[in-house]
Design a protein. Structure first.
Length: 655
């Protein structure tokens, strides 16, 4: 890994304005350094102090970090708390009528829920779950559309100590089946259907198909939220309407006090290859991480209107929709639909209408919106914005600049956040009132997180040298184990050659200022004529071309070079129908990359599509692109794709 070459040359730097720094929760580099040094001087004590100051404990903890059974670390284990209590009850005395959630449905209908109302609804549903015999430690699958009800279900599970596992509403019956069986779930909470982009998509029928596959005998209850009012098949022995369960219950439910190490949830990573991994998170350490990053990275203020666009089916929706914003008492926006319905101005109109101050979305969404209307943000009043964020993958510098200038009007800092399902919250991100930003870099670790870039033996490499990104010390919000498979957990994340470090699976390098640049997943590194190149940097070069809206790069075996580079490109304009014109654009883009990076990075082949194959969370499925580039038959599950028809288009090579 130590000879991965960085070919991206980005020198622009943006410092926070004096006005932003003055009001920031962490003000200036002196504030950042003070926190960082406090962690260095007494690492367990640093986290213990923050845990005592940030969380409400029923029983205070006496031990901070337990490393006796590494890598199965424990934090604050003898302390007891309840996550739902920390998110809801504590606000009843201080701000009961403050709006907790502004929900905008697919059709534009808006509803608002106060903290008092949300607490009552969570308590009612928690009592309903208990009436079905669901208890502390039981596993509950949540298979719901993006909705207030999804947050209520998650919080209700947390309230009674049940362990939830949210399955994204775009997953197939097969994926749902795998997760039910692995978790041995006792209940499934679902809806008749979901609405996305004006289309009705069934959910209850998928649950029916799942249970019909067999092996799900652990499920004794299917709770169905009536979202669309469509007809569904009914099994009186299993099924119960959400409203029937909910309406008859009292609005008070005493929280179940649990150990800080009690599992809050299991979240399965995608199972496109092999058995999905059930990432298990704790209660205390996880909640601490989400709250601190709301305060540090998002610089949360009580007057903020916070909008994270992620679905609750993904970890971003767990940490920065269902838990973090509620725990700090924020008002947040939730949206049921897609960014391009009924048109590509939907996000910008919602920011205008709800006076959003903090907007957090994915680079794929940003690039798609550039393609569909780069001038659209200027048609809306975005003056309420004060902070922008990105999540999910590295952001190309040119997309960063568009986001900064066009959406943020050159006055909003951008927090480019690196983290994972397994880390639970941000690990590397600029604190916006302290850290100068560079387009395309997630900058510096948050205080208390210690990272390194290492070679294949765990030895740290020098600046400007690429290698594997590792986290060198345990931290409170990290994965505790893979559900039911501790050996896989140890092997995947703490391999022996990594010296006890947490292996992130991403390649990265540090620049001369110590800033971290993510170069792609380790398995996405290209090996071309003896050079090891990160895919993200080649993609960034392509997107910097004015013709290109989006690009994804993969490798294909080559008998001379080892690997050749295949690029899949979405143009800002229409896909060229004339083969001669297509070939002309291909050559101009190959020459562009050669000039921007060097001849070694020039794609051997470029294919055009109207879009790239993405999951409904916006992630590009590069495994599918590798299969297409290699001319192989697609055998992976494509049911989670937002746009499966695009695959045939991308198979067409330009000859």
């Amino acid at each position: 890994m130590s000879n991965i070459e960085s070919v991206l040359n980005e020198i622009r730097v943006f410092s926070p304005s004096p006005e932003f720094t003055r009001q920031a929760n962490v003000s200036g580099m002196a504030g950042y350094e003070a926190l960082r040094k406090a962690a260095e001087q007494d690492y367990p004590g640093f986290w213990a102090k923050l845990a005592r100051e940030t969380l409400l404990w029923k029983k205070p903890f006496t031990r901070s970090l337990d490393q006796s059974n590494a890598p199965f670390f424990k934090w604050f284990e003898d302390g007891e708390l309840n996550v739902s209590y920390n998110c809801l009850d504590k606000h009843l005395a201080t701000q009961p009528e403050k709006i907790a959630i502004i929900f905008e449905a697919d059709d534009g209908k808006v509803s608002k829920v106060s903290y008092r109302e949300l607490h009552g609804r969570v308590s009612q549903f928690a009592n309903g779950l208990k009436s079905r015999g669901i208890r502390k430690g039981d596993r509950v699958i949540i298979y719901l559309p993006m909705s207030v009800e999804a947050v209520v279900a998650m919080q209700a599970c947390a309230r009674i100590g049940a362990i939830h596992s949210v399955v994204f509403g775009g997953f197939s019956a097969k994926s749902l089946h795998e997760r039910i069986i692995d978790a041995q779930a006792c209940a499934v909470i679902t809806a008749d259907a979901q609405m996305r982009g004006g289309k009705l998509m069934p959910l209850k029928s998928i649950v029916d198909d799942t249970l019909a596959m067999g092996g799900c005998e652990s499920v004794h209850s299917v709770i169905v939220y009536r979202r669309a009012g469509c007809d569904v098949n009914w099994n009186d022995a299993l099924d119960i309407w959400y409203h029937d369960l909910f309406n008859s219950q009292p609005t008070h439910c005493e929280p179940e006090w649990v150990s800080a190490e009690h599992p809050l949830f299991i979240l399965y990573t995608s199972g496109s290859t092999g058995k999905p991994k059930g990432v298990q998170h704790s209660s205390g350490g996880y909640l601490l991480g989400t709250m601190l990053t709301m305060q540090w990275v998002f610089d949360y203020k009580p007057s903020d209107v916070f909008w994270c666009t992620a679905d609750v089916g993904w970890v971003t929706g767990h940490s920065y929709v269902a838990y973090g914003p509620l725990a700090v008492g924020a008002t947040q926006v939730m949206y049921e639909g897609i960014p391009t319905y009924p048109d590509a101005g939907r996000f910008w109109k919602m920011i205008q209408d709800h006076k959003v101050t903090t907007f957090y979305t994915a680079p794929t969404a940003i690039r798609s919106l550039i393609k569909l209307g780069s001038d659209l943000p200027g048609q809306y009043d975005l003056s309420s914005l004060r902070l922008l964020g990105t999540v999910g993958e590295p952001i190309n510098p040119e997309a960063w600049m568009w986001y900064y200038n066009t959406v943020g009007q050159a006055r909003c800092p951008i927090v480019d956040t690196w983290w994972q399902t397994e880390t639970g919250c941000h690990m590397i991100a600029p604190l916006p009132g302290a850290v100068p930003t560079k387009p395309g870099s997630c900058t510096l670790p948050i205080p208390g997180i210690q990272v390194a870039v290492v070679d294949e033996t765990g030895e740290e490499v020098g600046k400007k040298h690429g290698g594997s990104l590792v986290i060198t010390k345990p931290f409170p919000s990290q994965i505790r184990t893979i559900w039911g498979d501790p050996d896989r957990f140890r092997k995947n994340y703490f391999p022996e050659e990594m010296r006890g470090y947490y292996l992130a699976g991403d390649s990265a390098h540090r620049d001369e200022d110590g800033y971290i640049w993510i170069m792609g997943r380790n398995d996405d590194v290209l090996k071309v004529s003896g050079h090891r190149l990160g895919t993200m940097e080649i993609e960034s070069a392509l997107v910097a071309n004015p013709l290109v809206a989006e690009a994804a790069v993969v490798g294909r075996p080559h008998e001379i070079k080892g690997e050749s580079i295949v690029a899949f490109v979405v143009l800002r304009g229409a896909r060229p129908a004339d083969p001669a014109k297509a070939r002309q654009i291909v050559e101009s883009l190959r020459d562009w990359v050669s000039k921007e990076i060097g001849p070694i990075a020039k794609p051997e082949e470029i294919r055009f599509g109207d879009n790239l194959p993405k999951t409904r969370s916006g992630k590009i499925m590069r495994r599918l692109l590798r299969t297409i580039a290699n001319g192989e038959e697609i055998t992976q599950d494509v049911s989670t794709l937002e746009n499966p028809t695009i695959l045939e288009q991308l198979k067409e090579a330009i000859l």
